[in-house]
Design a protein around this ligand. Structure first.
Ligand SMILES: Cc1cc2nc3c(=O)[nH]c(=O)nc-3n(C[C@H](O)[C@H](O)[C@H](O)COP(=O)(O)OP(=O)(O)OC[C@H]3O[C@@H](n4cnc5c(N)ncnc54)[C@H](O)[C@@H]3O)c2cc1C
Ligand code: SF4
Length: 526
């Protein structure tokens, strides 16, 4: 089997990548009346799951219509200014929030490329121990799917030279403490460390489904209908017949198709399925079982400048505590983002912003055992999620570990995301750290599990009880992963799409030279 390079040269090379012959986009904004088209497959959503399915089906010779609520964004429209970009790329301008014992911002993408257009591009395979626990797919059958995704996304290891001083501080801390860590594997073709991944990569170096799978699907004959929010899957005699969408121009688009793939993400998919003839056990499970990988960070003051906005925002990870369900991963961004996230107010906030060049950040994420639920209330999607006691304790432990890391790296003070907490200057101050859920400053980026395989869909991602209806997005992932999820979603989508097309993924995909380590460390325990 051939080997695909994953080193510095492969990461920094921006000369390859899909260049479509033709952009096959139909804009919903221009569609003011009624329109009806026929396709073999209608795929709803162009994020990590949807774009992959669309490409595989189109390559297999099916006529594919991709329907996407968001818009196609030109690379030159990506100005990297959070205020301009957030309403363009994010659902509700980034203001989706969970309700529960603590409110958690849960940003979601809404554009061609889905959340992948604004994510940090970190790539981990599904932990083998979890595949075993789920018992739905074997490592052997998914391996060619992972290799296909990794080749298409050019998953490579971040070179130290573009990682930036924020990542170097994490590495220094880990080495001084003897903790295991490594530069992350990311989807890159020519990333230069511009530091604004969360607002769309202005250089085109980040690989997302909008600049890889969608153009590949166009080349295979698929069409993308942008600005089209699907409101209903048409189901007759327990068989999917197509979809109906409301267009941004105020019109109505109907796509008749014998295969419908719902890939709206774990927050939007349950509501659409609930309106689409899903009944019985599958209907009862729909919307529940939501895991989100609650995240936070610590903010560390250094004497020397760090300039966290120079370099790859998520470049280094400490996986020493992966077996406990804790990952420490880089998390940085432009000064606007720092101003919003700092756990300080008033004069202290002003002081820290004046010292912004000297403030580093380390992100933390846990593998949650808490579970939430998604519901539609008065036409809106509402997310309920309470952080249970075990997860509160795990988050506090993760904060203490992240603070210890930054202190070991040479930080003079570390600010914790705990309401009322004082800056920490010595590791001894972290002993006995405790909190209640309401004191935690959290966010979350990985909603999963709301149409879980084994409950709502089968292992081939077909919805139970409705023929010709599939789900292929984060909602099918049965439980929290403990590592970043896009590769898992994409590999499951690849697997299901090949099955739906009646073929198998090619066995001769190259083997990557290296893979992120942490996936091998996440334990079997739920
Ligand atoms: C800031 C941030 C950073 C992240 N970083 C990473 C990372 O580094 N690595 C990683 O693995 N993961 C990361 N993630 C998570 C990852 O991007 C998501 O898990 C993944 O994209 C989810 O894929 P999906 O197919 O479930 O949904 P999405 O990618 O969200 O795609 C869903 C698409 O469906 C569309 N849609 C929704 N409803 C409708 C409808 N009714 N009609 C038509 N279209 C609809 C949406 O507009 C959207 O484009 C990050 C997430 C965020 C927010
Ligand atoms: S660090 Fe900059 S160049 Fe690299 S992927 Fe992110 S935004 Fe693009």
């Amino acid at each position: 089997m051939s080997v695909r390079p994953t080193g510095d040269a492969a990461y920094l090379d921006g000369t390859s990548g899909p260049r479509p012959r033709e952009r096959r986009i139909e804009r919903g904004a221009a569609l003011t009346g009624r329109r009806r088209v026929r396709a073999d497959a209608g795929v709803v959503g162009t994020g990590a799951g949807g774009a992959v399915v669309a490409e595989v089906l189109a390559e297999a010779g099916l006529d594919v219509a991709m329907l996407e609520e968001g818009e196609w964004i030109e690379p030159e429209q990506l100005t990297a200014r959070p205020r301009d970009i957030s309403p363009r790329l994010y659902r509700d301008a980034g203001q989706v929030i969970t309700f529960g014992n603590v409110s958690i911002p849960l940003p979601l993408g809404r554009a061609v490329g889905g959340t992948t257009i604004l994510n940090s591009a970190t790539c981990y395979r599904t932990p083998p121990a979890l595949l075993e626990q789920w018992g739905l797919w074997s490592g052997e059958e998914l391996d060619p799917c992972f290799r296909r995704v990794e080749r298409t996304f050019n998953v490579c290891r971040v070179p130290r030279e573009v990682a930036g001083a924020n990542a170097h501080a994490m590495q220094r801390g880990a080495e001084r403490l003897g903790w295991s860590g490594e530069y992350l594997h990311r989807a890159s073709r020519g990333c230069v460390g511009a530091g604004v991944c969360a607002f769309g990569c202005p250089t085109g170096g980040k690989q997302h489904t909008g600049n890889t799978y969608v153009p590949l699907a166009w080349d295979a004959g698929a069409t993308t209908y942008t600005g089209c929010r699907v409101t209903e899957v048409l189901v007759k005699d327990r068989r999917a017949r197509g979809v109906v969408a409301r267009t941004a121009g105020g019109g109505r688009l109907r796509v008749d198709a014998d295969l419908v793939v719902v890939a709206c993400g774990a927050i939007e998919t349950p509501g659409l399925l609930a309106r689409s003839g899903v009944r019985g056990e599958a209907r009862r499970a729909l919307g529940g079982n939501l895991s989100i990988h609650p995240c936070s960070g610590v903010w560390a003051e250094f004497d020397e400048p760090v300039e966290q906005w120079r370099g790859v925002p998520q470049a280094y990870a400490v996986d020493e505590f992966a077996a406990e369900g804790i990952m420490l991963e880089g998390w940085s961004g432009p000064p606007d983002m720092l101003a919003l996230s700092l756990p300080a107010v008033g004069p202290e906030h002003r002081r820290l912003m004046l010292r912004a060049r000297h403030v580093a950040q380390a992100g933390l994420m846990i593998r949650d055992s808490s579970r939430g639920r998604v519901r539609r209330v008065a036409g809106r999607t509402v997310v309920r999620y309470d952080v249970d006691e075990r997860d509160v304790a795990l988050l506090v432990r993760a904060m203490a570990r992240a603070a210890e890391l930054e202190l070991a790296a040479g930080a003079t003070a570390v600010h914790l995301p705990l309401r009322g907490a004082k800056p920490v200057r010595d590791v001894a101050e972290l002993r006995g750290l405790r909190a209640t859920a309401g004191r935690l400053g959290l966010s979350a980026f990985h909603p999963l599990g709301t149409a879980a395989a084994g409950a709502v869909v089968a292992a081939d991602l077909q919805v139970r009880g409705v023929d010709g209806l599939m789900v292929a997005d984060g909602s099918v992932v049965p439980s929290a992963l403990g590592v970043n999820p896009q590769l898992t979603i994409m590999a499951l989508a690849t697997h299901a799409a090949f099955r739906a097309a009646g073929t198998t993924p090619p066995a001769d995909e190259p083997q990557p030279e290296t893979l992120g380590r942490a996936f091998a460390l996440v334990p079997a325990a739920a």
